[in-house]
Write a protein that binds this ligand. Structure first.
Ligand SMILES: NC(=O)C1=CN([C@@H]2O[C@H](COP(=O)(O)OP(=O)(O)OC[C@H]3O[C@@H](n4cnc5c(N)ncnc54)[C@H](O)[C@@H]3O)[C@@H](O)[C@H]2O)C=CC1
Ligand SMILES: O=P(O)(O)OC[C@H]1O[C@](O)(CO)[C@@H](O)[C@@H]1O
Length: 386
């Protein structure tokens, strides 16, 4: 039986990866450092509502093993025998996970176990050399390092699906099951038997395009929706003003990307076209908006697009509005949003925009975003003077 170790048993770990690999008959092992996640998974099976094109179906996932990141290293056998290790973590969590997995991988090297593929399942591109370095550092001697280089491959993926739940420990999940996950080639195990897994060339280039097209309107929807008091993505998408802004953001993005990547606009439109589903999935604004510090960063979905537009003489009006909405995102449960609000209070809006977006203070983007942010603040306080 083939075996997958899913590191990070949160929304995506359980609702996407755990579900599809269990359905394909693989041994599914979960590793998580949050004891609430472990206790919850041990308490019973979990349920995923799958939103397919033809309608919603429910799946109960029950065949899995669960391991905490404990001192006794109870996950050892799972690390030794995994054909696939999926890092279903936020980028900033990978270093710690690599540190923990190191011990098992060193034993794997010393025991001359078989080849393993490690997948980085985040939305951040160009991370693979860093992750390679994080794992190689764990190899305690030359022989282990040599084994790792010959037998372990680290690959990137493009996740084209949304999976949500009330929290990372919830056993009730929803997942939009309409597009495959694209996996960088080659890998060391056959995954043809697993639905929604697709090996693909040029993942690095396509991943940029996916982030800038699929995720930019989505983040736009979340930040604009929060400002209007919505809690769910669906409510926000149904608001005509927000739907219009999302469309404009996508159009600006396509114009800039088409020039930057020298790909016809139509080809980009086709790539980011998400099939519609009969039933609509509820996704939270909280998850899609989460960590505006990262999402408004220089090369991420909104600022990255806006800067391509500036580079090619396209004025990114809708992207500027969306970045300003992101600066105004003041969700108290989101620590990075709170950090941005503190930054605005302590430094003033221009410096805060420059710091968050990584764009120089004197750049037009900073001025325009700050001006729109002031309009938003005035509207919120009922003060219409500019
Ligand atoms: N949820 C989704 O629809 C999608 C998520 N992603 C990416 O997947 C990654 C995870 O996202 P979610 O599952 O939504 O987040 P989540 O917060 O629901 O799950 C992450 C899990 O990782 C665990 N974790 C953190 N550090 C760990 C460590 N050192 N060792 C073991 N476990 C650790 C946490 O306790 C948590 O349960 C992110 O990079 C996200 O961008 C990408 C596309 C879709
Ligand atoms: O997981 P991140 O990078 O915080 O961003 C969330 C985005 O990623 C997705 O989960 C998958 O592309 C989208 O649903 C959402 O817009």
């Amino acid at each position: 039986m083939k075996s997958i170790l899913i590191v990070g048993a949160g929304r995506q770990g359980k609702g996407f990866l755990g579900e599809v690999f269990e359905a394909a008959g693989w041994e599914v092992n979960f590793l998580d450092c949050d004891i609430k996640v472990i206790d919850s998974l041990r308490a019973g099976p979990y349920k995923v509502k799958l939103y397919r094109k033809e309608g919603m179906t429910e799946r109960i996932v029950e065949k899995y093993n669960v391991f905490p990141c404990d001192e006794e290293y109870s996950c050892l056998e799972a690390v030794l025998h995994a054909d696939l290790i999926a890092l279903s973590l936020y980028p900033e969590q990978i270093r710690e996970a690599a540190g923990y997995l190191g011990r098992g991988l060193v034993e794997r090297a010393r025991g001359h176990y078989g080849k393993v593929t490690i997948l980085s399942c985040t939305n951040i591109n160009h991370l693979i050399p860093d992750i390679q370095e994080m794992f190689e550092r764990q190899m305690e001697d030359e022989a282990s390092l040599e084994w790792f280089r010959e037998n372990a491959v680290i690959r990137d993926v493009i996740v084209r699906r949304s999976t949500d739940a009330e929290s990372n420990s919830s056993r009730e999940l929803v997942s939009l099951a309409v597009m495959s996950m694209l996996i960088q080639k080659p890998i060391t195990v056959d995954i043809e038997d697993v639905e929604f897994m697709e090996l693909k060339d040029q993942v690095e280039e396509l991943k940029d395009i996916k982030l800038y097209t699929y995720n930019a309107p989505h983040a736009t929807c979340a930040y604009a929706g929060h400002l209007k008091g919505y809690r769910m993505i669906n409510e926000s998408e149904d608001d005509p003003e927000i739907a219009k802004l999302m469309g404009e953001v996508l159009e600006e993005a396509i114009q800039g990307l088409s020039k930057e990547f020298r790909i016809p606009a139509e080809e980009i439109r086709d790539f980011c076209n998400i099939p519609q589903t009969k039933d609509k999935m509820d996704d939270s604004i909280y998850r899609v908006a989460k960590d505006p510090m990262r999402k408004l960063g220089r090369d991420d979905r909104l600022t990255g697009n806006a800067m391509f537009c500036y580079k090619y003489g396209i004025y990114p009006k809708a992207l500027i509005r969306s970045i300003a909405n992101g600066m105004a995102y003041d969700e108290a449960k989101d620590e990075k949003a709170v950090e941005i609000q503190q930054l605005i209070r302590s430094q003033g809006i221009e410096k805060a925009v420059s710091q968050v977006t990584g764009v120089p203070l004197e750049h037009d983007l900073v001025k325009q975003v700050s001006a729109v942010y002031r309009e938003i603040s005035n509207e919120r306080t009922g003060n219409n003077s500019k």
